[in-house]
Design a protein around this ligand. Sequence first.
Ligand code: FES
Length: 111
Amino acid sequence: MSDAFTPVAKLADIPDGGMIQVRLDGTPIGLYRVGERVYAMNDLCTHEEAFLSEGYFDPDELEVECPLHGSCFNVADGSVRILPATKPEITYEVRIEDGEVLVGPPRDPKE
Ligand code: FES
């Protein structure tokens, strides 16, 4: 994945307080919208095989709950809030320009 920012969706495509999955270079990434802010995080749960964007997002807590076993991740920094997952998720830089959501380089995961 390059260091460039790539347009992946329109802001209007993501419901406020909701999430969608996009693919960037084949990698599934969840986009989480809170007002005019968007957070981007790897979508495959670090515990087993499940997409977090098919789980439950709490925009007030910036937290997504995995649909399979209930692990919770902070979508802003990828950290685990509730087990059984123990490994944090990778998050990405996000920019919004002219209504387009652009995803940039990954950030270091936070333990
Ligand atoms: S697959 Fe996500 S908590 Fe198990």
